[in-house]
Design a protein around this ligand. Structure first.
Ligand code: AMP
Ligand code: ZN
Length: 112
């Protein structure tokens, strides 16, 4: 995807603070953090949102979840707890149309 901002980050065309990376996923610090720890976990392959996950094999979605846990572990919030959020579409306020999961923690998060 030529103009997708997260695809550009994956390709290294836009800087981002990389937290964790493997061949399939990239975790970056959110530019405008809403909590002391606020990371975005995204697949390197472009997918518009979680709504498109039917295009994946089951092991790919499992790997995404494992990557989220690995990020929480690396950032030291696995024991204290964290929240994951993935906005899908207009009513959720999705701003970037490349599947990503917010990982939030590092403090007691407010009610949902
Ligand atoms: P969403 O509303 O779920 O689409 O959230 C998009 C998130 O991406 C927001 O929390 C933004 O702060 C974040 N964001 C946008 N551009 C960048 C960027 N270049 N690097 C890191 N995070 C970004
Ligand atoms: Zn993309």
């Amino acid at each position: 995807m030529e103009d997708c901002i997260f695809c550009k980050i994956v390709r290294g065309e836009i800087p981002a603070e990389r937290v964790l990376e493997d061949d399939r996923f990239l975790a970056i610090k959110d530019l405008h953090p809403k909590a002391p720890v606020h990371v975005l976990v995204l697949p390197k392959e472009h997918l518009a949102s979680l709504d498109q996950v039917g295009q994946w094999r089951a092991d790919q979605s499992h790997a995404l979840l494992e990557c989220i846990v690995a990020v929480a572990d690396k950032l030291g919030i696995r024991e204290s707890g964290y929240r994951i959020v993935s906005n899908v579409g207009p009513d959720a306020g999705q701003e970037v149309d490349h599947l990503h999961v917010h990982v939030l923690g590092g403090e007691r998060l407010g009610g949902f």
